[in-house]
Write a new protein. Structure first.
Length: 240
């Protein structure tokens, strides 16, 4: 049986954290409506990823959320325009405003679309000292014109992890999306619709659970150590 360790020669113990339930409880829980940014990956006039996004937005709104949908029309390609471009600034401001996100992409050539990826690429890992996506919740969904696939949602999960987001376990993949929406653009009753409801409920729950403690959830020993070392360097430089 492993004995309780008493020595950690590689550990800076002053920076070591022992998580407790108390640290995961916000002193004053937020009372405002959870804020969600929704991205979709198509510019078609009848875009099924947009229709699915709108359906999900209605559900979140019905649950009490505040929802904003970014229109990717006129967003330049990454590095094809300066960061000061109005659409880039709009997207980045929304990313900082949001407490959670929903990414919905068509699957094209076995992958998410370039339109979807371009939006994600314009959201930086850091803006100054602010990480606009770290600790925020994320739900991923996709639509396809043929049989059900999960290539796009799997890719978006990788991106969500890379951007330090809390990507919820559930997801939605709507096959033959052209059959799943009526002429008015509303989603028809189906198992696919039921899954969208499941995903939005789960996203709302995870967001309510984590939004007030997100900074603590993503606080890392390695980064605390790096910050302490950088601070020490700056202090020592000033004293020279």
């Amino acid at each position: 049986m492993l004995q309780a360790p008493t020595e950690f020669p590689s550990l800076q113990e002053q920076l070591f954290d022992k998580p407790t339930f108390a640290k995961l409880t916000a002193p004053t829980p937020s009372s405002h409506a959870p804020r969600f940014l929704m991205l979709y990956g198509s510019l078609r006039e009848r875009s099924y990823s947009k229709l699915l996004t709108l359906e999900a937005a209605r559900l979140l709104t019905a649950m009490g959320a505040e929802v904003k949908i970014f229109d990717p029309q006129d967003l330049p390609l990454p590095d094809g325009a300066p960061d000061s471009h109005p659409k880039v600034q709009e997207l980045r401001e929304l990313a900082q405003w949001a407490e959670g996100m929903v990414w919905t992409s068509p699957e094209r050539h076995g992958a998410m679309t370039g339109i979807m990826k371009a939006q994600i690429d314009w959201i930086p890992l850091a803006i100054g000292a602010v990480r606009p996506t770290q600790g925020k919740t994320l739900a991923v969904m996709e639509v396809s014109g043929g049989s059900q696939s999960f290539n796009a949602v799997n890719q978006m999960r990788i991106l969500g992890r890379w951007m330090r987001m809390i990507t919820i376990p559930n997801q939605s993949s709507v096959a033959k999306a052209f059959l799943e929406f009526d002429e008015a653009g509303r989603m028809k009753p189906s198992a696919y619709y039921d899954r969208v409801v499941d995903v939005m409920e789960e996203l709302m729950k995870f967001t309510l659970l984590t939004r007030d403690v997100a900074p603590y959830l993503v606080d890392r020993y390695s980064e605390r150590k790096e910050s302490a070392e950088e601070l020490s360097k700056r202090v020592n430089q000033r004293s020279i």
